[in-house]
Design a protein around this ligand. Structure first.
Ligand code: GLU
Length: 497
């Protein structure tokens, strides 16, 4: 590539399902490179395999990118100068290219039926030979082939791979790679349904769309000599190839669903922040140095370079992702966090809680929880008790642990004293609430911790909550006292029965 050439890179997913994190990481790196180089990022949908097409997948791909803040400069929904951006709408281009290759002697029609090909493979297997197309139509007279095709006979078009010599190409991460041509058979470029294979389609499109760098997964390396031959036969310029490493699961196999890997939109639903997942994916397989891990999108667009990607597969470190998410939550500007919390609570809190969610209340409780959560999905169970006047009375067993085991009468009494002591409090603030409750504990000769944990369950309904006294201040005096009395009564009834 010449220095002056414009950087144009693409993300070219096949709409075969929800995009998993490995695929999206590829898009993210490619996008970062476009931003860094002031180039263009193109989204192209490779939908030529009609049998694998999944309804809704294009939308899921686009939504995954949008959620991560990855915007494309040209694509199926917004168009652009090199459209259409769905391969299924570009069939004529592939047909023209395939016919040109036949004319120039680089390709030929093959009429072998599926049965014939199966038989061929079975024979090869029986003879312990690798299964490959045996070239049976390679020397078939062109004129006869044309007649049969014109008469409507089903056929595919195959590329005539050179049978001798070798094919080399350069990969940005790995340098020069060479394959022996005799290892490669005459592969299909146009199928009998008129759709191209990936091999032909991407060569035609990456050329037509003026793509400077083809970034894709390393599983394509063994096919690249075929692509080199195609580029050359069509007289096209070879792009820069960047074959990125895969992500591995904890058992060393390619990361998949069975490792608990999720689709990008599932991470969104589970409460990960887009910024955190973006940062995490960017550094899974790329590093600036041996210690920096936290990067904003902006910083990444300055320092990221494709050439610094790792050649080796990287592990998917779920613990690091969670840690990073917690860190982003803690570091976020308070107002941004409040609006993310409000959105999340709108979605997660039970339907009976009136909407819209009280913004001022969320603002009040945000400082109490921002240090405590790692995932947004934890939020509603942690703070739900702030939004309703009647929390369900916690089960007796919740109260009667540790010191209170088999002592429901004492627990009931302790709560009654608390309510009585809190009732006259004039200034309802965390500090005074705490002081009052410490005094009550002393009076009852109970350890403050045991006493507070009982009150926490009564007031919040859970054993794990935001800081107790601050929470009580927010909930308000009347409601707190009601909840404490209710808990006390229910514990007393337990003793009576
Ligand atoms: N459509 C191919 C796939 O989804 C993409 C390969 C490429 O980026 O060229 O695997």
């Amino acid at each position: 590539m010449q220095e002056t050439e414009k950087i144009r890179v693409r993300f070219a997913p096949s709409p075969t399902g929800d995009p998993h994190v490995g695929v999206i990481r590829q898009a993210l790196w490619t996008w970062l490179y476009a931003k860094k180089m002031d180039g263009q990022f193109i989204l192209r949908i490779e939908d030529t395999d009609q049998t694998r097409y999944v309804e809704g997948a294009v939308e899921r791909i686009q939504n995954s990118l949008k959620w991560l803040g990855i915007k494309w400069d040209e694509g199926p929904d917004i168009g652009g100068p090199y459209g259409p951006y769905f391969q299924s709408q570009r069939k004529h281009l592939y047909k023209d290219a395939a016919e040109r290759l036949i004319e120039d002697g680089f390709a030929y029609r093959c009429f072998a039926t599926p049965d014939e090909l199966r038989e061929m493979r079975e024979k090869q297997q029986a003879a312990k030979l690798p299964p490959r197309y045996d070239g049976r139509y390679r020397n078939y007279p062109k004129i006869d082939a044309q007649k049969r095709a014109a008469a409507g006979e089903s056929c595919v078009i195959r590329f005539a791979m050179p049978q001798e010599g070798s094919t080399s190409f350069s990969d940005l991460l790995r340098g020069e790679i060479t394959f022996e041509n005799k290892e490669l058979d005459d592969f299909v470029i146009l199928k009998s349904d008129g759709f191209p294979t990936y091999h032909l389609a991407h060569v035609v499109d990456d050329t037509a769309m003026k793509i400077s760098h083809v970034t894709r997964g390393e599983e394509w390396i063994p096919s690249t000599p075929r692509h080199v031959q195609l580029f050359n036969a069509l007289g096209y310029k070879i792009p820069t190839w960047v074959h990125a490493p895969v992500i591995l699961g904890p058992d060393g196999g390619k990361l998949s669903k069975r490792h608990g890997a999720k689709f990008v939109l599932e991470y969104a639903e589970e409460g990960y922040l887009s910024d955190a997942l973006f940062n995490f994916l960017a550094i899974t397989g790329w590093a600036l140095d041996d210690h920096t891990e936290i990067f904003s999108r902006k910083r990444l667009t300055e320092v990221f370079d494709l050439k610094d990607l790792s050649k080796n597969p990287s592990g998917f470190d779920q613990t690091k992702l969670e840690w990073m998410n917690g860190l982003y939550l803690r570091e976020m500007e308070e107002d941004d966090l409040v609006s993310i919390f409000v959105q999340r609570l709108e979605h997660d809190l039970p339907a009976e809680i009136p909407r819209p969610i009280n913004w001022a209340l969320v603002k009040e409780l945000t400082p109490l929880v921002r240090e405590r959560i790692k995932l947004l999905s934890e939020l509603s169970s942690l703070v739900g008790f702030f939004f309703t006047s009647d929390i369900p009375t916690p089960a007796t067993e919740e109260f009667l642990t540790k010191k209170w085991k088999d002592r429901s009468g004492d627990a009931s009494e302790a709560l009654k004293f608390t309510a009585n002591d809190l009732e006259p409090l004039i200034d309802w603030n965390a500090e005074d609430i705490q002081q009052t409750m410490r005094n009550t504990a002393e009076k009852l000769e109970t350890r403050a911790g045991d006493f507070f944990s009982l009150t926490r369950i009564a007031v919040t309904g859970t054993r794990v909550s935001p800081p107790l006294f601050e929470s009580m201040e927010i909930i308000g005096q009347e409601l707190c006292i009601n909840r404490i009395r209710r808990a006390s009564n229910s514990l007393r009834n337990t003793t009576d029965s």
